[in-house]
Ligand binder design. Structure first.
Ligand SMILES: Cc1cc2nc3c(=O)[nH]c(=O)nc-3n(C[C@H](O)[C@H](O)[C@H](O)COP(=O)(O)OP(=O)(O)OC[C@H]3O[C@@H](n4cnc5c(N)ncnc54)[C@H](O)[C@@H]3O)c2cc1C
Length: 406
């Protein structure tokens, strides 16, 4: 069998960019992908529209612990180079509130452009090729149609993703490959994921989408916060602001700590304005039910959830609610507290925090510090970013840097 300059395990976002970058340097490249098509996860990104980066993305957009690493990688292949790269494969972009999408509005166009460029460069792409082991030297063992095949190469890039959204192929098998090589892994945890509370009041607001601000407290200490459209579900909360705080909740729960979400369900009004609204309104129209009265400023199902928390019926006449209870309701509107008991798990997560330990990799090249010739790219590494194009940016950048140095 042909010996390759570079074998890439995993043909997702980072693996394909690594392959293109290496092949453009004249290397003889092979990609092994266990799904029946390449870049399956890309197709699901940005609700099928692929939010491929964020305007002016820079290291400070990522959690502090990744600042130094992303700085090294983006220095070699950052935002501008990413846009140039996409232009070079025929993908022009457009931007909405900082979120960058392909002009076509489809993730399929991005996946297809990457795949076509690999073809143009004569890279060998094997789908249905499940990588089972990597022997330094390098022999990459894969199973294709039930048969074991050994691919030989000078260098290997491990780009097998995480265990977030395993239906897309990113099923955590990359971690086992890494562990077999004695490489340290930081425990993967779901991130950019819905949070489960299971509280009864939550169910009352199920289906509501409302502009809110949210803060996450871990053992009573403020850890993270965001604002935007929150989605209330039967058993918890979802939406971009929830995704943004979810990694901190996942970590806290894994460490056995208490995680509590505190939601301002009426961020457009201060506590004082709400009090004025309530007491003035109560004088004017005392026969109105709490639900209908507060329905003027928030979704009626959300009023029911708040009322439930404040132990009052939302059908109660506002004139029958005493001042103390009014203040409790208003307080609950501004600080609707939900104990978080778990996340929606890897199946529902967009990314993972955790992965190949940062101490293992030389981020000038993406090569393993000890096992020469072994490179990493993408989400298999312990780097995760917020929602908004930052995770694909990491995949493109780390893939390109691996491809440049392999
Ligand atoms: C629903 C959803 C929406 C998202 N939306 C966005 C968004 O809009 N913007 C954004 O920035 N990020 C988004 N993300 C995150 C983004 O998709 C990932 O961060 C990115 O795809 C990671 O790239 P990767 O190449 O590291 O991994 P992947 O894209 O997961 O690629 C890894 C590849 O390796 C293959 N593989 C795994 N194990 C093996 C093996 N043993 N043998 C052979 N092949 C193997 C997998 O099948 C897969 O194709 C989203 C994620 C999800 C799930």
């Amino acid at each position: 069998m042909k010996r390759y300059d570079c074998i890439i395990a995993g043909a997702g976002a980072s693996g394909m960019v690594a392959g293109i970058t290496a092949a453009r340097r004249g290397l003889n490249v092979c990609l092994l992908e266990h799904k029946n098509e390449v870049g399956k996860k890309i197709l699901n990104t940005g609700n099928g529209k692929c939010n491929l980066t964020h305007v002016g993305v820079c290291p400070k957009d990522y959690p502090d612990e990744y600042g130094e690493i992303t700085a090294k990688v983006f220095e070699q292949f950052g935002y501008e180079k990413t846009l140039d790269f996409f232009k070079s494969i025929g993908i022009f972009t457009t931007e909405r509130n900082g979120y960058v999408y392909p002009m076509s509005g489809t993730a399929l166009s991005v996946r297809n452009a990457l795949s076509d460029e690999l073809k143009r460069l004569n890279a060998d792409v094997f789908t249905g090729a499940d990588v089972k082991g990597i022997t330094p030297g390098f022999c990459v063992d894969a199973v294709i149609e039930g048969k074991k095949v050994c691919f030989e190469g000078e260098k290997v890039i491990l780009a097998a993703g995480s265990c977030a959204s395993p239906v897309t192929g990113s099923d955590g098998s990359g971690y086992s490959l890494v562990e077999k090589l004695g490489v340290k892994i930081r425990k993967p945890l779901p991130a950019l994921v819905k949070l489960i509370s299971g509280e009864r009041s939550c169910k009352r607001a199920s289906g509501v989408r409302a502009d809110c601000s949210i803060k996450l407290y871990v053992n009573g200490e403020l850890k993270a916060g965001d604002k935007g459209e929150l989605q209330f579900t039967d058993d918890g909360i979802s939406g971009i602001p929830v995704f943004q705080i979810s990694r901190y909740a996942a970590l806290a729960l894994d460490e056995g700590k208490e995680a509590e979400a505190v939601i301002d369900t009426a961020p457009g009004m201060t506590l004082e304005e709400l009090e004025e609204y309530f007491f003035y309104g109560r004088k004017k129209s005392e026969d109105r039910s709490l639900k209908n009265f507060l329905g003027g400023i928030m979704h009626s199902k959300l009023v029911t959830a708040v009322a439930d928390k404040a132990s009052v019926s939302s059908d109660k006449k506002i004139s029958d609610i005493n001042d103390e209870k009014v203040r409790e309701i208003i307080h609950t509107i501004k600080e609707y507290r939900l104990k978080i008991i778990k996340t929606n798990g890897f199946d529902g997560a967009q990314v993972c925090m955790g992965g190949v330990d940062l101490s293992e990799i030389d981020f000038d090249t993406m090569e393993h510090k000890r096992i020469k010739g072994l490179f990493f790219s993408g989400e298999i590494i312990d780097v995760d970013g917020p929602c908004g194009g930052y995770n694909l940016q990491w995949a493109w950048s780390s893939g390109a840097v691996a491809g440049m140095n392999v």
